[in-house]
Design a protein around this ligand. Structure first.
Ligand SMILES: Cc1cc2nc3c(=O)[nH]c(=O)nc-3n(C[C@H](O)[C@H](O)[C@H](O)COP(=O)(O)OP(=O)(O)OC[C@H]3O[C@@H](n4cnc5c(N)ncnc54)[C@H](O)[C@@H]3O)c2cc1C
Length: 349
């Protein structure tokens, strides 16, 4: 019998990197899949909705809290197999997996260093950074189906990964991830396909050199969790980079040049994607809309090191943060006709 302990009125703010939001009416920390199933059954029998919390680094908790059961995933097993496969429980801190892979000389995760949170959350928005997406090395995702309470192993095709997107993110009512299986490349070369990284490492750089260069870059942008950083309370990038048609990207670039926001078309960041569409840089759009790094509205604002990170300076509310996010979104839309989409989500209702 699983050992399920339900707590009441547990503050969620300290469990999130934004340090915002109210309490969970019910709360359970689960260390195994059997306890996770018990928690889901507990909620179902009482008609109580169940939301999932990992490391709280991509979550916006409303000020009124969550009127349901928050399940904090702490499933902590990890096994590195000699052939490069790695089986990881959903609650294992992500950096433990990246560090373990890099130390062994196994390629595939080195660019994803410094991303806070748990392993189980990485497939949800298909985390990515510096030219790598986690979906490139996911062999399968092990998850509990919320309706049947059965464990299933899902192929990457079933996960339907996209840019910061997956079936899990689109349908949070379907599955809770209990573990992830990765297929890494023992002795494989590291990935150096991002311009900022190419400037910092030599061709053939080791995985450790790549990892260190990225951690250095991320620190400068306040994109690692550092208790001494005044920008430390964030959810990382608050908005997704918009993916638009090439005609739309050309329109934005021509407009920026005509308004004197860029010296020439080449100065407007635009990245072709495999689908033929073009990714624009949301941070660039924010800055060129007149919202500078370091802008503040009371207790919230934009990071002084990263135009795309909204930060909480302490003593604020989620309502203030979301009002500021709306202001940023309106400014970009008014100026460029591009509507930014939010990256972090509220807990599922
Ligand atoms: C400083 C900083 C830098 C960041 N940099 C990056 C970056 O470079 N690239 C990037 O992609 N992201 C980045 N992020 C965002 C975030 O770290 C990732 O999305 C991370 O994977 C979230 O993990 P978590 O455990 O904290 O998830 P949480 O915030 O706890 O949850 C996020 C969402 O996933 C759901 N979820 C969590 N675990 C599970 C599970 N086991 N099963 C089902 N649903 C689950 C939650 O319900 C919620 O909807 C950054 C965040 C911060 C604060």
């Amino acid at each position: 019998m699983a050992d399920l302990e339900i707590q009441r009125d547990v503050p969620l703010a300290p469990l999130t990197t934004l340090e915002l939001g109210g309490p969970a009416r019910f709360f359970a920390r689960v260390v195994g899949t059997d306890t996770l199933v018990e928690a889901l059954r507990w909620g179902r029998e009482r008609g109580v909705p169940v939301a999932v919390l990992g490391g709280g680094s991509n979550l916006i908790v409303p000020d009124e809290g969550y009127e349901g059961l928050v399940v904090h995933i702490a499933i902590g097993d990890i096994a590195f197999h000699a052939d490069g496969r790695v089986e990881v429980g959903a609650g294992v801190p992500w950096e433990v997996v990246v560090g373990g892979a890099v130390t062994r000389g196994w390629a595939g995760l080195e660019c994803l260093t410094g991303i806070p949170g748990s392993t189980g959350a990485t497939p949800i928005q298909n985390v990515g950074a510096y030219g790598q997406d986690v979906s490139e090395v996911i062999e399968s995702v092990v998850a509990i189906r919320r309706d049947t309470l059965e464990l299933e192993e899902l192929t990457p095709t079933a996960c339907d990964f996209g840019y910061r997107d997956s079936m899990f993110k689109r349908h949070p009512d379907r599955y809770i991830v209990s573990g992830v299986r990765f297929a890494l490349r023992p002795d494989g070369p590291g990935t150096v396909r991002h311009a900022e990284l190419e400037e910092r490492v030599v061709p053939g750089a080791s995985l450790s050199e790549i990892r260190n260069a990225i951690l250095d870059l991320r620190r400068k942008k306040s994109m690692v969790i550092d208790p001494d950083d005044p920008n430390r309370c964030s959810a990382g990038s608050f908005f997704l980079n918009p993916v638009v048609s090439s005609a739309e990207a050309d329109r934005v670039a021509a407009f920026a040049v005509s308004e004197g926001l860029a010296p020439d078309l080449g100065a407007v960041p635009r990245y072709p994607t495999p689908s033929g569409k073009v990714k624009l840089a949301a941070g660039w759009l924010v800055e060129k809309s007149g919202i500078a790094k370091g802008t503040r509205r009371g207790a919230v604002g934009v990071s002084s090191n990263h135009a795309l990170a909204l930060v909480h300076h302490g003593g604020g509310t989620t309502t203030e943060l979301l009002a500021f996010a709306d202001e940023v979104r309106s400014r970009v839309e008014d100026r460029f006709g591009i509507r930014l989409q939010r990256e972090p989500r509220a807990p599922r209702r």
